[in-house]
Design a protein around this ligand. Sequence first.
Ligand code: C2E
Ligand code: MG
Ligand code: MG
Length: 767
Amino acid sequence: MINRRSLPERVRQVLIAGLVTLVLSAAMILDPLDQFGWLIQSNLATKAPSGEIVYVGVDQDIEDPDQPEYRRNLARLVTRLDQAGAEAVYLNLLFEQASDDPGADRTLNKALKDFGDNAYITVRKGPDFSGDTITFRSTGAITEGLQQVAAEDRYSYLGITWSMPFASSSQGKVLPALAAAMAGTEGELGRTFPVSYIFDFTKIPSFRSTGLLEKSEGEMRGAFSGKTVLIGGSWGADDQITKVPGKQDVASSFTFIAAAETLKADLSNNFGPWTGFVLTFFLLLLLVSVRLDPKDRHIGYGVLMVLLVGLFTFATHAGSRVSVSTSVFVLLIYAGTRLRVKWQRKYALEDQLTKLPTFRALECDLTEMESHFPLVVAEIHGFQAVLQALPPARHKDYILRLVERLSLGEEGKIIYANDGRHFAWLSSDTEVESIREHLEGLRSLFSQPLLLDGTKLDVGVTFGVEISENPSASVRIATAMNAVEKTSEAHEFVIFDGTETTPDDLWDLSLRARIDSALENGEIFVVYQPQMSIADGRLVGLEALVRWNDPVKGLISPAYFVEQCEKAGRMDHLTRHVLDKAVEDAAYLASIGVDIRMSVNISATLLNGDGVIAMAQEAVAKHNVAANRICLELTETARIPNLDRTSLLLERLSSLGFRLSLDDFGVGEANIENLYRLPFDEMKIDKLFTRDLTNQKNRAILQSLVTLGRDACIDVVAEGIEDRKTLEFLNEIGCPVGQGYYLSYPLPLQKIVEYHAFAQTKSQKHS
Ligand code: C2E
Ligand code: MG
Ligand code: MG
């Protein structure tokens, strides 16, 4: 198998182009193209025929059984040819019916026999109405005792016979083919040879039968002595007409003469269908495998084309056919893939909204650039809030106004954009102090609100500057991005970083870039951890926990990627996704009789706007679930932006019916003040307090937390129950609900359904 990663892109594309061509060729889809190539070849070169094969066309409708006189005339003609010293005579005419006058047939048969060993009559093979090959033969009265040869046409879809057999079978016998016999060549049954049409047909000696009987002995000798004579139907007889390259209607016998001339001139050795392909494929492969400048590679492509045209011309003049289709297709498919890649790159290099170059373009530019300038990344603070406030049609103007501000003092510099809130450029200053001064100026400019449609928009800006000597473009960008992430508007508005970024930093950055696609393609999904009534082991709730199964790194912990998601400004997106899925699954569980409450984690960082309210309302409305079945677990409460505002927001959620839980209670900022000031219905005692219950102090703390909840009329859920002893102790102290690996690991929805069905049958048995 081809390993995608180990092969350079171009080599992979050539291999794929080759493979697709082989498949197309095997499916005969490329045949028509080859035939057009052959048509061109046939018209480009001409060759004089040997002149040893002479054609005699019979004007009269010689096959008509009512005209015995015609057959007698033919017999006379054969005799005259014999007298003139003709070498061989081939009668390519069909007398399916015996003549009304049997004497006429006998005369013809005798004349042919008298001619000697070299008189032949054809058996014609061709398609009938349904396309099957059938054999037409003349009446026994004429053929009796004569040698037979097969005249077999193999029309292509263009109506041209491109190849002919050396022999044919008829009535269990192998007959030499007409063309091969005239050329004096033999070949086994089943073998074919390509027919060349480069012969100048006007130079093939041809006569009409009518005039020949009047010719003098001398004239006949001059024309026929030592010649092979093919007697065929007239130019006008319908069933005897065929097409050859460059000519519409010629007597079908000419195809056989062309075929015989091909064999005589030894032109049958064509280059084979694969010569062009092998040449093109391997030269192309060579071209893309060696390290070349783009310019040199293009010259290489040109040389390859010239070589192919050269091969084509050479083969044409040598009278040998080449198959162009495979060469053309390998090149076409390869060129098509390259164009597509180029187009995709261009697409990735330009921001679709603003047409600004992207960070991907920055990476390319940095790679190609020879001189080394400090790289500045600016982060716009409050960007998302402004975008939310503005109608989408104004987003572009807004971003361009920001760019305008960032360019002040250095007009004309290229500014690269990423996800809207990060911009980058290369500083022409190289001194740290003068860069700082310049950025200081920009910052004070940003402290003035931006006016758009009469609305004042307040944004802040901080900067990360990369000043290392690192040659890798992606490392440089990652370093600047990391630096800007550590800045703060209040304390440190610019950070210079000359140290190198670790592969982990790069990985973080790439993770951030992939969040959206991971959500779309199901790499990010939700599992559910049961919450049980401690007294009786009933399933009372589920906590939705998000998972990311990355194709490269495997399962990534939410503790880690939730942070990356936030850095990428995609928390809204992730939360909406989890909320929607969890509520949808809650609706499904309710529909099959699983009566539980669904808990969803909400990061406190989302509490700075009304977004969460709309999000939660949308989810319950969409799936038709009562809000009181959904519990919002507030995590990361250390980051509650403003307790008063948050209190109002939570009150609204509460009044809409949602239950609110204070997650990780007892650690960090998930403290009594929060419990006191915010309207929680539930507290989740952090796993820290259930971890080690071997000493009295820990047990006392846990007990008092449970008591606190109970006395405050708040539901209590204990997290992190890992063993039976912990569960028993919680039961003793009256903790109502518990969650932990001892009870169940987080599970996919299907397992929860199975678990519920199992628990139900068990309880039915007991009752
Ligand atoms: P959490 O909300 O406190 O979730 C409980 C975590 O404890 C889960 O880890 C769960 O798998 C783990 N856990 C459950 N039982 C036990 C146990 O017996 N022992 C131990 N040691 N651990 C147990 P997980 O799934 O890795 O999640 C970690 C944190 O990530 C969550 O802590 C939550 O803060 C956050 N998170 C998970 N999903 C989401 C989400 O959709 N949105 C947000 N904002 N945060 C989420
Ligand atoms: Mg939680
Ligand atoms: Mg917790």
